[in-house]
Write a protein that binds this ligand. Structure first.
Ligand code: F6P
Length: 361
């Protein structure tokens, strides 16, 4: 009997989500005659009345390969085990969700999301026997089980395009230009875009920075008649002996970015260089929106196809990953066990240092 499967996209969006949905539908419906039900806005579509669900057939996937965002919508607030009420209280609505899943006749779920979403998937499986297959997603690239997450390279491309633009204006005005990028507590986007965009300094959470080292770098450049400097700052960058600039409160309400990290660096430099000619650009959600680059479309398609294979083979509880350039299923708990950060002594940082990039530490 063909399966009836629910798909949801949870957490912050990432370029390539629609390419995964498309691959699941094309392969699952086209090859195995699945019925595929899209759940809107993570699991909210099953928790609300009336329910918000979409029947996904071959027609509904036309033209979505290149689209950013997700046709299903997403949410990073709808944890069914700790669901925020409008009055600020948190309620466990998992039993409601489970009965909606059963009521809709869903025999399994494909949950596309980052570590938060996969932890929810794991609990649905462990506590309520809901069969789940995971697909990892995040622009932050901080999931340990997979070599790289789709959406990450598109974010890196957006950030390195921004750096190309900043270079010309920085050089024209002899300015220090700071670009703050996303990535939560991992420096992957900053590191890769900084290398690709020819940054002079890269500040990442994994290497606490001493602002005096940035001052030295800027002055060394000036002595070589390079009067501008480009600094990439990860939103989670930490000054030595200090903390990342974040909104108060525990995760997930703890929020990084919005200029906090970039402005902190600008203020520290302004004080030491006695200049106010330092500018901060916050790339923000521009690095998350828009069309996935070709690499992410291919990876997303491979993962979507792999997820169908896992479900078809009854390998529930596994997440489909890119591992040493092969698509493999791994236990979801392994995928969420370790938060993957940049190795400060790893080859990538070493290569960056070798071409003269200053990390501030
Ligand atoms: O996890 C993806 C991410 O874009 C982070 O890099 C960033 O800190 C966060 O989400 C921003 O979340 P929001 O879209 O809720 O502002």
């Amino acid at each position: 009997m063909p399966l009836r499967i629910g798909i949801s996209t949870g957490g912050g969006d990432a370029p390539g989500l629609n390419a995964v949905i498309r691959a699941i539908v094309k392969y699952g419906v086209g090859q195995y005659h699945w019925q595929v039900v899209g759940i809107e806005d993570a699991f909210d579509g099953l928790l609300e009345s009336p329910r918000r669900l979409q029947t996904l057939d071959l027609r509904s996937c036309k033209g979505i390969l290149t689209l950013g965002g997700t046709i299903l919508g997403t949410s990073n607030r709808g944890d069914p085990f700790a669901y925020p009420d409008p009055d600020g209280k948190v309620t466990d609505r998992s039993a409601e969700l489970v009965s909606a899943i059963r009521d809709e006749g869903l025999e399994g779920l494909i949950s596309i999301g980052g570590d938060g979403t996969q932890k929810i998937a794991l609990r649905l499986m462990r506590d309520h026997d809901i069969p789940v297959v995971g697909v990892p997603k995040t622009i932050d690239n901080d999931l340990s089980a997979t070599d790289v997450t789709f959406g990450f390279m598109s974010a890196v491309q957006a950030a390195s395009d921004a750096l190309d633009r900043l270079h010309t204006t920085a050089e024209a005005h002899d300015r220090v230009m700071i670009l703050e990028v996303m990535g939560r507590d991992a420096g992957w986007i900053a590191l890769q875009s900084g290398i690709a965009g020819g940054a002079d300094c890269i500040l990442i959470p994994e290497i606490p920075y001493d602002v005096n080292r940035l001052v030295d770098k800027i002055e060394r450049r000036r002595s070589l008649r390079r009067y501008f400097t480009i600094i990439v700052v990860a939103e989670g960058a930490v000054p030595a002996g200090g903390e990342a600039g974040a909104s108060p409160g525990p995760s997930p309400s703890r929020r990084l970015g919005g200029g906090r990290a970039g402005v902190a660096v600008a203020e520290a430099l302004t004080e030491r260089l006695h200049t106010d000619d330092i500018r901060v650009t916050v790339l923000g959600h521009l690095q998350r929106g828009g069309t996935p680059i070709a690499f992410d479309r291919v990876l997303a398609t491979r993962l979507g196809v792999g997820a169908v294979d896992l479900a078809q083979e009854g390998r529930w509880g596994e997440i489909i990953c890119l591992h040493h350039d092969r698509i493999v299923g791994l236990p979801i708990e392994e995928a969420v066990a370790v938060y993957r950060t940049v190795d400060p002594d790893g080859e990538l940082v070493r290569a960056a240092r070798a071409v003269g990039i200053e990390f501030g530490g």
